[in-house]
Design a protein. Structure first.
Length: 329
């Protein structure tokens, strides 16, 4: 298992995976403006790889933009299907290579998401997750119902709300959260319950009005396009659904819960580095330095006072000894 961090890692890991495919690529695409992805898909088709793409029935750009995406993909030689229109939007971003490796991404295949946004992607060969992703891809491609699977595979609107709620409730020490628009009332209530239980909760992103009392800071970088949670430094969630009602209940979104130490550690490190650049963190550093100076000054004053008292004591003792000597004479 590995982690893709944007914009640090770029599109290279995804392009490389497409180029190395031997038999098949199943890929859900919501937005695409990167020529390197299209070129890699075309090359894969030319080498005999079966490439199946799944695009949403609608997007913010309307039918014209959606039709362009469809035509661009058809030019690569890939097959293209549209999702059903039963949900507000199909917004998940998964890719399955050779039916053996699963990519669960928080970013679109666009220059904006890859080059100028904080986002994550998880790469796994874990069989039960790969098989579940294949099952979901087939169901959505054929417009058939999807039935829930492994607990670590989160699909909106089927099971994500329940499983993310349980994931958050399981925190005992710390929750580090990336979320562009955390507004779901139930999730906010659960987070407040965790805070009351002594759990440290920090949020990078935008928090709804109901979240008053929770610790949240605006993302300090150019743009935030990731939904992720690190729990107690031991487990993490990465996906396309955040703690927002529409993403939990009204759209097709996909995420995974992982326990891989290297992935979780890197996610936590990235969060801490981002947090260190926030206004709150910088003010905390200034306050800490101010407190250190005040403490050092107080210690120096106390030490000087102690030295003064000691000198006075020594002087008094010397005078007493002198007086005693004179009295003996």
């Amino acid at each position: 298992m590995s982690l893709i961090v944007e914009p640090d890692d770029g599109i290279g890991p995804v392009v490389s995976a497409i180029r190395k495919a031997k038999t098949s690529i199943d890929i859900g695409i919501f937005r695409l403006d990167r020529g390197d992805i299209a070129k890699a898909l075309r090359a894969a088709v030319d080498h005999g790889v079966t490439v199946r793409t799944l695009i949403a029935h609608t997007n913010r750009g309307g039918e014209k933009r959606l039709r362009k995406l469809e035509q661009d993909l058809l030019k690569t030689g890939a097959s293209v299907r549209r999702t059903d229109d039963d949900l507000h939007r199909y917004h998940n971003k998964i890719m399955i290579v050779d039916r053996a490796t699963l990519y669960v991404l928080g970013f679109n295949y666009t220059a904006l998401d890859v080059n100028k946004s904080r986002s994550f992607g998880v790469v796994t060969r874990k069989r039960e997750l790969v098989q579940e992703a294949i099952k979901l891809f087939e169901a959505d491609s054929l417009r058939r119902p999807y039935t829930t699977g492994p607990k670590a595979f989160l699909v909106s609107p089927v099971n994500a709300r329940e499983r993310l709620a349980a994931f958050i409730r399981g925190a005992r020490k710390q929750l580090l959260i990336y979320d562009p628009k955390l507004t779901d009332p139930t999730m906010i209530r659960i987070l407040k319950e965790r805070v009351s239980a002594g759990v440290s909760v920090r949020i990078l992103g935008k928090l709804g009005k109901r979240g008053v009392g929770l610790t949240a800071e605006k993302f300090p970088g150019k743009r935030l396009h990731v939904r992720a949670i690190v729990r107690d430094g031991q487990q993490a969630f990465v996906g396309s659904q955040g703690l927002r009602k529409l993403e939990l209940d009204g759209r097709r979104e996909v995420g995974v819960i992982v326990k891989d130490p290297k992935v979780v550690t890197r996610m936590a490190a990235v969060f801490e580095a981002d947090w260190a650049e926030t206004d709150r963190a910088r003010q905390d550093v200034k306050d800490a330095r101010k407190d250190e100076k005040a403490e050092a000054k107080a210690e120096a004053k106390a030490e000087a006072q102690a030295e003064k008292v000691e000198a006075q004591t020594e002087k008094a003792e010397a005078q007493a000894e002198k007086a005693e000597a004179q009295a003996s004479a």
